[in-house]
Design a protein around this ligand. Structure first.
Ligand SMILES: Nc1nc2c(ncn2[C@@H]2O[C@H](COP(=O)(O)OP(=O)(O)OP(=O)(O)O)[C@@H](O)[C@H]2O)c(=O)[nH]1
Ligand SMILES: [Mg+2]
Length: 147
């Protein structure tokens, strides 16, 4: 059995895999996630699992294997990826993470409202994998979970 602690969800290109790389101090290399990926800490899935409702059941099944879910929102996205109150289907805590805050077109207000709309409570972690902003705080969170 896998014993990952955190399920990463978010639309295609949100930055799930890049966040994993940043947390491990690995070089940030773009690699589209094609299939479910299990590591010691994370379950990383293709963004399609959130964007295509036919796959929702996969995310919901995976949530039973983890301690918490990190729901990522790309700060540059201008449309909804999470259906309203989506996270009510989970029986695990859901943490909101806003990615790509370094980009000039990032709109934090919009990103926060997308996460609120999904039913996720503040505070949100607002990060840049590129500039390593607020990465350490997430590392500390993982350390607490895995203790
Ligand atoms: N500027 C900037 N770019 C980022 C950041 N995080 C991710 N990216 C870029 O966004 C693109 C997509 O990132 P991924 O980590 O592959 O996204 P993903 O959520 O894993 O996408 P899927 O595997 O398709 O579900 C890559 O080109 C990353 O370099 C960030 O914090 N800042
Ligand atoms: Mg990926």
């Amino acid at each position: 059995m896998h014993d990952s602690k955190i399920l990463l969800i978010g639309g295609v290109g949100t930055g799930k895999t890049t966040l994993k790389q940043a947390l491990s101090d690995l070089p940030l290399i773009y690699q589209k996630t094609q299939a479910l990926n299990f590591s010691e800490v994370f379950i990383d899935c293709p963004g399609e699992y959130l964007e295509i409702p036919r796959y929702y059941h996969v995310i919901i099944d995976l949530s039973h294997q983890v301690s918490e879910i990190w729901a990522l929102q790309d700060a540059t996205k201008t449309y909804l990826t999470y259906p309203p109150k989506f996270v009510r289907v989970f029986r695990k805590p859901v943490i909101g993470v806003i990615t790509k805050i370094d980009l000039p077109q990032a709109n934090l207000e919009a990103a926060r409202s997308f996460l609120n709309n999904a039913g996720i409570a503040q505070p949100f972690y607002e990060i840049s994998a590129l500039h390593k902003k607020n990465i350490q705080i997430l590392r500390t969170r993982i350390e607490c979970l895995t203790k």
